[in-house]
Design a protein around this ligand. Structure first.
Ligand code: ATP
Ligand code: MG
Length: 389
């Protein structure tokens, strides 16, 4: 019988009290969706761990690639299951390490099953001593070449050394829905990823100025969402033609306020769509001080008219930190492709850097953009995006 499995430790789910099994259920569903094309026999939840049983060890790299992307996963090990006695554990350890090249090692045991007569420290010492005797290798607790993991769970020992490190956080789908305002820039994909990492089911709204700008921004956004669907397997993209509203703004409002009014329109339309979709929060990639439109006064002026909470996970991050995440999640290369964004395309040379709220509110009363929004909502198109398509 195949005794190969993957043992997963989840992250913050372990802090959850009564509804832990609800979180585990979402987590397991997300794992199944990620592993849909890889072999395994079943998935079991046991003692705050998830076991993927009956895997094919040769596909290690593919399992790693898929599991890394499951939000909520802290780490995972490819393990062999053995009987729970010292001889069986020693012989499994030796068969796993005999062809590996290493000079120093350590053994790290976790004993969930307290019925086993040896403590974790006993097991470390017994197994460590037998490796030293058989291979004359040295122990290094702080910086070993090889860390042998042994977990003793429910009457069995699980042994392995290959570690998969995840992003942690919470399983997607446990954190309600949010609507993310996505451009094809660097920031908004990172902001969306960070909230997906908190378990939020993220859907997207993108504003474009076609035909005044090319459809490149829409294509870039779709490519970014394909990339993000590695983490959240399915999402909807709502595309909004903003040009008619922008023309009204450019005709009636002084150019230094254009960007703020473009943003205002984006916020209000996003809020209306979110209401229709029963979504309770927006997400943006705004970042304090990064560009003229993102001073605190301007963020206030732009979002003043909406009541829905706006989540801004990048507000206090440095550009370098954001770029590092974008590179890691695979969106950076797409975001730096040239595109004409609906805002920057029309941006004047000297945008207002600290908008006066009362002035903006007066202009807003005069232009009454909200009268056009109902029509615009009718023109929004929805596209489902999934890694499987
Ligand atoms: P990004 O890299 O995300 O485009 P940015 O630093 O370029 O951000 P801005 O262009 O000022 O900043 O946009 C601020 C935020 O407004 C973006 O992070 C995004 O959430 C939203 N946004 C900007 N342009 C669009 C757009 N065309 N469609 C939807 N949302 C947008
Ligand atoms: Mg931008």
């Amino acid at each position: 019988m195949n005794n190969q499995c993957i043992l997963i430790h989840y992250h913050e789910i372990s802090l959850k009290g009564d509804n832990r099994s609800w979180f585990e259920k979402h987590f397991v569903e997300n794992i199944k969706a990620q592993l849909h094309s890889l072999p395994y026999k079943k998935i079991k939840v046991l003692a705050a761990r998830i076991f993927i049983i009956g895997i094919d060890r040769d596909c290690y790299e593919e399992y790693e690639k898929c599991l890394k992307n499951v939000m909520g996963l802290k780490n995972a090990y490819v393990m062999s299951r053995s009987d729970l006695n010292v001889d069986a554990i020693n012989s499994e350890v030796q068969s796993q390490i005999k062809d590996l090249s290493f000079s120093t090692f350590r053994v790290s045991t976790k004993r969930q099953d307290k019925n086993f007569q040896y403590t974790s420290q006993d097991v470390n010492q017994i197994v460590g001593a037998s490796i030293v005797a058989a291979y004359s290798k040295k122990v290094s607790l702080d910086n070993p070449d090889l860390n042998i993991i042994i977990e003793i769970v429910n009457g069995k020992a699980y042994i392995g050394y290959r570690k998969i490190i995840g992003y942690g956080g919470l399983p997607i789908g446990t954190g309600e829905k949010a609507l993310s305002l996505i451009s094809s820039g660097i920031d908004s994909p990172v902001a969306s990823f960070l909230l997906a990492k908190r378990g939020v089911d993220v859907h997207y709204i993108h504003f474009h100025s076609v035909p005044s700008t090319s459809i490149q921004s829409i294509n870039n956004v779709k490519a970014i969402l394909m990339q993000l669907s590695k983490y959240q397997i399915q999402c909807s993209l709502y595309s909004v033609p903003l040009l008619s509203i922008q023309e009204k703004i450019m005709k009636n409002i002084s150019s230094k306020y254009w960007v703020i009014f473009f943003r205002k329109a984006m916020y209000s339309i996003s809020e209306l769509l979110a209401k229709q979709l029963n979504i309770n929060a927006l997400i943006t990639g705004e970042n304090v001080g990064q560009v003229a439109s993102q001073t605190i006064s301007n963020i206030r002026a732009a979002s003043d008219a909406v009541n829905i909470p706006v989540l801004r996970p990048l507000a206090g991050m440095n550009k370098e930190e954001i770029v590092n995440i974008a590179e890691d999640i695979g969106t950076y290369e797409i975001s730096i492709k040239p595109y004409e964004d609906c805002c920057s395309f029309f941006v004047p040379k000297h945008p207002a850097t600290s908008a006066n709220l009362a002035d903006v509110q007066n202009m807003e009363k005069a232009i009454r953009l909200e009268q056009y929004y109902e029509d615009l909502l009718e023109q929004i198109t929805e596209e489902r995006i999934s890694i499987y398509e």
